[in-house]
Design a protein around this ligand. Sequence first.
Ligand SMILES: *Cc1c(COP(=O)(O)O)cnc(C)c1O
Length: 450
Amino acid sequence: MKKEKKVFERPFIKKITINVPNKFGKTTSFYPLQEIDGIKIKEMVEKYGSPLFIISEQTIINTYKEAYRAFSLRYPKVQFAWSYKTNYLDAVCRIFHKLGSWAEVVSGFEYEKALRNGISGDKIIFNGPYKTKEDLIKAIENNSLIHIDNFDEMYTLFEIAENAKKLPKVAIRVNMDTGIYPQWSRFGFNYENGEALEAIQRIMINKKLLLVGLHTHIGTYIMAPWAYATAAAKLAHLWVLVKNKFNHNIEYIDIGGGFASKNTLKGAYLPGTDTCPTFEQYADAITSAIINSNIDIENLPLLILETGRALIDDAGYLIGSVVANKKLPDGKPALIINIGVNTLFTSWWYNHQIIPVQEFPLYSESTVVYGPLCMNIDVIREEIQLPPLKKDDLIVIPRVGAYNTTQWLQFITYRPPVILIDTNKNLHVIREKENLNYISSLEKLPDHLK
Ligand SMILES: *Cc1c(COP(=O)(O)O)cnc(C)c1O
């Protein structure tokens, strides 16, 4: 009998990840997550539906206090400013303002939101590359801190300042080489080529603006505290140059945000929970650089931090349900959940954890997790170890507090409600689930189509 020749199969090497410990222990710990701040997830879903965003006020408070403590123990004058674009739900902003944060905004819209949240104008930092003339006039009237991004903006301010009743308070944004590449060079004035110093001198010579601050925001999800030390040292150097040449004390140095959160970036080898620096490490780097600079101790500037994602990511959870369970043609298990890339916007760059809510067996499989959109790119995880899950099982995605309820897209589905668990474990709807009337409210029908 003739033997059939077997079809050639390309050899391949595959990393086995199930139950293999890395140097920190087991790679995946499988425990269901059944409650948040002592509230049963199942009950919240029964009340508010699925999907559902949850924000924990207690977690915000704890994280803020931990971060503020790290800086205020190491430096005498510290001020946090809440980065609105990271999460500008009013309730969230007001929690930060109540804790003492100023507002850091990057558009006229965010500026209006900050004012409506009751923060006084002189505690609003106005960043960003695009501020309209009207935005600038309003910011001057309110004594806000205007962070100049470019020379055109500076000249517009010079012009407005001619007739302004108040002396505009400004800072310049500085970009620089901190050893982190690719360098963020598109915002502000460059340090190394002398542009930042030139901008400062133009402001000092013009005399129509009051230079109160030096600002940088070196990037986002920066895992290297030493990069901040470089940034702080460079701003401190500019501070000293201004002091020596103009005998002018700049009131504050603003180091921006960009501290990493504990989420895991796509392509990262180790989980973010193991690699994310602590607030102490960032604070050590930044405050040492300022204290060891030539800034005189008598005139130590206020240190401002605009950290966003590191303060809010842990406080947000997204709850969803399994819609269907499939086997792909290659045998790989797949899940469809009711959370898409439009709702969980950060799934573009994070490998988010997905935790089942109910008890499950111990074994797990490498699974693809799809969202509900009729679009091939709607993939929440290309590969994740999950126990077998069935239709209607609940899952929780932790660490979604940053950049989701601002960047989420209204696309194909309604955006889910957002619930706040307050410190007394009371639940509050802080943003309603969308509905057809809300979404259509700005549309207009021409007569002939009615
Ligand atoms: C986005 C932004 C922040 C906050 O950044 P995180 O990475 O969320 O900490 C702070 N300052 C400026 C100017 C920003 O644009």
